[in-house]
Design a protein around this ligand. Structure first.
Ligand code: ADP
Ligand code: MG
Length: 564
């Protein structure tokens, strides 16, 4: 198309824009972080495409991000010489939200400003945050490889529509101009922009360049000189030594790679040398993303090879049950043209995966031991995912099992805070087994008639009510030599915990109730395998149990629900 076209934003974009402008108002400056983050991503993408097409890099000098402002015109510009966008890409990327988890995000909105602001942050504010400070945004972009007259201009006032028209641009890349709202004057200042850049974007590995400023005594104000100045450290954060990196820098780096608005819960940064050489900087987020259960979404850390960005979400670098981890791994051994297929086969990747798994487990162990509150936050967000590890990672199963947390009759609430070690530490005299019951809800588990004898004797029972639990316990047969036993299965053998009374009661009552049992058997017929007298009940008259070898009722219900 040769002329200007007007297109409507996707409905969700309109909603998001409204919400963002109103709820992030007090946090205006984050627009700069988002636009710089995009510019940096655009340069990363270009470097990656240039591995196979080196001609794409020609012409525009060193990769860099430029920030400028014009007091008279009341504009700020953010320019990069990265990958750029074609017309179709601009329409798709700056007119829709193509992210997984979008539906969940909109379902979760409450109308409460503060809560929604938090959600928006979690969802990712991105490019649209420009409209927090601007009432008109203009993007001129030229895709790498396209000619100067094949550029495009995208413009919008953020009110539901945008226009797209052909444009000319001397160099590849993207230039974004923000026409500031009246209340965003503060950003028309070199000092202010630098301050925000240093705070949020110092970790960006490309130079962020601004014009130098000088005090003009005659005019009695600072004036911009025609001389460039790099305002950030411009080196990849993970290559710096740990002692040179502040917590704030780690936090901002995390926000950039994870596209998260909130800081991380914890991180681990290591340089590994030896047979396989790589650097890892891995973070545990505070909250689960909206799409954690979306099977189609690729999850994982970003892969770099010798500081060149290779791919996002390289899921081969960590096992699936650690898919909540974000960050980067920079390998010194892999070839630059590595593909997802090669990653699957590579021995270097296997070494990285094993090493990184151990690091993440250590990080979690450290949290569990030294920062129990943070560990509880972690468990609430990702405990269900971590549980998958007992089935997925046989090599580390013992470490994973130690990290598990459960609700139990000891706590009296559905909070999952009890470790198996805690449980064993509260063993009763003569106890040698770990008892648990599974159910669909906490209420069902806590009120299970199977618990009666345990309550009476003061023996703790784990209450397992998450979907994965039934599957999980099938892998966790024991902990430190103590068997895990379902209290809803078979002839309950309390071993040394059963007292003489119990046994005598069972024998006497069995004798006495023989005729009743016989009548029940006849009445129930084929519906049951057996009818037995038991001492496991205290208040309830009867309960249904399954044989040791049989599937539990809970699992039967699950399978039935799944249509099996
Ligand atoms: P995200 O960065 O999480 O993908 P954004 O809303 O920040 O989401 O950006 C949306 C998309 O717009 C990006 O994924 C990218 O494809 C495109 N984009 C934004 N800024 C640039 C830029 N400076 N150069 C090239 N593409 C860009
Ligand atoms: Mg972005």
């Amino acid at each position: 198309a040769n002329t200007t076209e007007t297109l409507g934003f996707q409905t969700e974009v309109k909603q998001l824009l409204q919400l963002m402008i109103h709820s992030l108002y007090s946090n205006k400056e984050i627009f700069l972080r988002e636009l710089v983050s995009n510019a940096s991503d655009a340069c990363d993408k270009l470097r990656f495409e240039a591995i196979d097409h080196p001609e794409l890099l020609e012409g525009a000098g060193e990769l860099a991000i430029r920030i400028g402002f014009d007091k008279e015109a009341r504009t700020i510009t953010i320019a990069d010489n990265g990958i750029g966008m074609s017309r179709d890409e601009a329409i798709a990327n700056l007119g829709t939200i193509a992210r997984s988890g979008t539906r969940e995000f909109f379902q979760n909105l409450t109308g409460d400003k503060q809560k929604d602001a938090q959600l928006i942050g979690q969802f990712g504010v991105g490019f649209y945050s420009s409209f927090i400070v601007a009432d008109r945004v203009s993007v001129v972009s030229r895709r790498a490889g396209a000619a100067a007259d094949e550029a495009i201009r995208w413009e919008s006032a953020g009110d539901g529509e945008f226009t797209i028209s052909p444009a000319e641009k001397a160099q590849r890349g993207t230039e974004i101009t923000l026409h500031l709202r009246d209340d965003a004057d503060e950003f028309l200042s070199s000092w202010k922009l630098r301050e925000v850049l240093r705070r949020y974007s110092d970790h960006i590995s490309l130079p962020i360049i601004m014009k130098k400023e000088e005090w003009d005594a005659e005019k009695s104000e600072t004036v911009q000189k025609d001389e460039d100045e790099t305002v950030n450290q411009a080196s990849a954060l993970w290559t710096r030594s740990k002692s040179d990196i502040t917590d704030e820098q780690y936090t901002e780096f995390y926000k950039h790679v994870a596209h998260d608005f909130e800081g991380p819960l914890a991180w681990t940064h290591n340089r590994v040398e030896g047979r396989s050489e790589y650097t890892q900087l891995l973070f545990v987020p505070k909250r689960a993303p909206f799409d954690m259960w979306d099977r189609n979404k690729k999850h994982g850390v970003n892969l770099y090879v010798k500081r060149v960005f290779i791919m996002e979400d390289a899921e081969q670098l960590l096992p699936g049950y650690l898919r909540f981890v974000r960050g980067i791994i920079d390998s010194a051994d892999l070839p630059l043209n590595v593909s997802r297929e090669i990653l699957q086969e590579s021995r270097d990747v296997k070494a990285i995966r094993e090493g990184s798994t151990k690091r993440v487990l250590s990080l979690l162990e450290d949290l569990a031991e030294n920062k129990p509150e943070d560990y509880a936050t972690f468990w609430t967000a990702f405990g269900q995912v971590l549980k998958e590890g007992v089935g997925e990672d046989a090599a580390n199963i013992e470490r994973v099992v130690k990290l598990l947390r459960f609700a139990s009759t000891h706590g009296g609430s559905d909070a999952q805070t009890v470790s198996l070690a805690d449980y064993v530490g509260r063993f009763k005299e003569g106890q040698d087994k770990i008892y648990y019951v599974t159910a669909e809800t906490y209420a069902a588990a806590a009120n299970s008639p199977h618990l009666e004898i345990f309550r009476k004797k003061g023996i703790e029972v784990l209450l397992l009510t998450d979907r994965v639990d039934e599957w999980m316990v099938s892998f966790v047969r024991e902990f430190e030599g103590k068997q895990l036993v379902s209290i809803a299965k078979g002839g309950l053998d309390l071993g040394a915990l059963a007292d003489e009374d119990d046994k005598k009661r069972q024998d006497d009552v069995s004798e006495e109730f023989k005729p009743v049992v016989e009548r029940l058997k006849t009445a129930l017929g084929e519906q049951v395998k057996d009818v037995r007298v038991t001492f496991r009940l205290v208040d309830s008259p009867a309960c249904v149990v399954v044989d040791d070898q049989d599937m539990s009722q809970h699992l039967q219900r699950l399978l039935k629900a799944a249509g099996q």
